[in-house]
Design a protein around this ligand. Structure first.
Ligand code: GDP
Length: 338
């Protein structure tokens, strides 16, 4: 029987292709980093290390909002505006739908049809791998690849219903929240805390009969921003309205983000925030590796199960149980080293 062996990725070709901005190769590289095969992970790490010096030169924008708020329609017209300015744009979409249901909030319809044909744009849904515990760990790596490929603007889109907004907030420079006017509860099922992490809120579909309600919602959100504590960036969050249908407000969003970018670059916050994000990414990744290492050890797993039984019988306090588990883990490491 003929066995199919997966060829080793040609890292030199991938690296050169990315740095030349080759879309096909960029797509292949993203597939490589998304793979959970050990050999691919090793190759992906080498590739990421090689392209790292060429990253960092884009403005990274996170966009979130509940399904139906108009994210893809907005990104389509905002994206066209950006490419119309001669800039290149990559859009990475995260679908946090549970892999168990195999369903998809984002994927089951044709999205951003016009933008996907634009030679200055690159659109890519990224897998929300849960195998490493994080919702968006692959997206950040995909973002770095897109930067090395020379994209000027990178949008990371996520559905505002899960935990993915926080991960996205931690990988972008500017975080934009989309909301609808007049839909009863003004935050429409989103966690209230999300307003606190937004740099701006955009009331979408401000056209036709909806204009008045949109302006009222805008004023209401602007009011809510006033009572929030000042952001570490010194930036005061803004509420705006837009219509992807009429194009109203689209240019203002770009101007606002450019303004933000200029201010935080001048103040030094831009670089400081990116450094902070890199460090917290490293710490997060280390925790994930530790956790998966723990799970690999049979002795540790057995001890953990025993301790959990003791805990519910109230025969050991949690702190002591944790200390004992750590001892067993240390011992397992020593044994595996000998
Ligand atoms: P998403 O699920 O957040 O990506 O939302 P979509 O972009 O798919 O939009 C949901 C629905 O709202 C679609 O039927 C769009 O045609 C409609 N829509 C989106 N933007 C606008 C807008 O600016 N004005 C109006 N009137 N409808 C819009």
């Amino acid at each position: 029987m003929k066995q199919s062996i997966k060829p080793r990725p040609d890292l030199k070709k991938l690296e050169e292709g990315i740095l030349k901005g080759d879309r096909v190769i960029l797509g292949q590289a993203i597939t490589l980093i998304e793979s959970n095969l050990d050999t691919d992970q090793t190759a992906a790490s080498v590739l990421l290390e090689r392209i790292l010096p060429f990253t960092g030169n884009s403005i990274r924008i996170g966009i979130t909002g509940v399904p139906g708020v108009g994210k893809s329609t907005f990104i389509e017209s905002f994206g066209k505006y950006i490419t119309g300015q001669g800039k290149t744009l990559a859009v990475l979409t995260i679908d946090p739908t549970s892999p168990l249901t195999k369903g998809s909030i984002l994927g089951d319809k044709t999205r951003m049809e016009v933008l996907s044909k634009d030679p200055r744009a690159f659109i890519r849904p990224t897998a929300s791998s849960l195998t490493m515990g994080g919702v968006a760990n692959k997206t950040r790596e995909a973002l770095l690849l897109c930067e090395a490929a020379g994209f000027n603007v990178i949008i990371v889109e996520t559905v505002g219903v899960g935990q993915s907004e926080i991960s996205v907030k931690n990988m972008v420079d500017f975080f934009l929240l989309l909301a609808l006017a007049g839909a009863g509860d003004e935050l429409q099922g989103m966690k209230k805390g999300i307003l606190e992490i937004a740099d701006a809120l955009l009331v979408t579909k401000s056209d036709g009969d909806n204009i008045k309600a949109s302006r009222e919602a805008q004023a209401m959100y602007q009011q809510s921003f006033h009572v929030l504590p000042e952001q570490p960036s010194g930036w005061r969050p803004v509420a705006l309205t837009s219509s992807a249908l009429t194009g109203e407000g689209i240019e203002e969003v770009w101007k606002m983000i450019s303004n933000f970018s200029r201010l935080v670059k001048e103040s030094g916050y831009f670089a400081q925030n990116r450094n902070h994000q890199t460090i917290s990414w490293f710490r997060e990744y280390f925790k994930l590796l530790m956790e998966s290492d723990l799970q690999k050890s049979k002795t540790v797993q057995l001890k953990r199960e025993n301790l959990e039984q003791e805990l519910v019988r109230l025969s050991i306090p949690p702190q002591e149980a944790a200390r004992q588990l750590l001892d067993v883990y240390h011992q397992a490491i020593r044994e595996s080293a000998t």
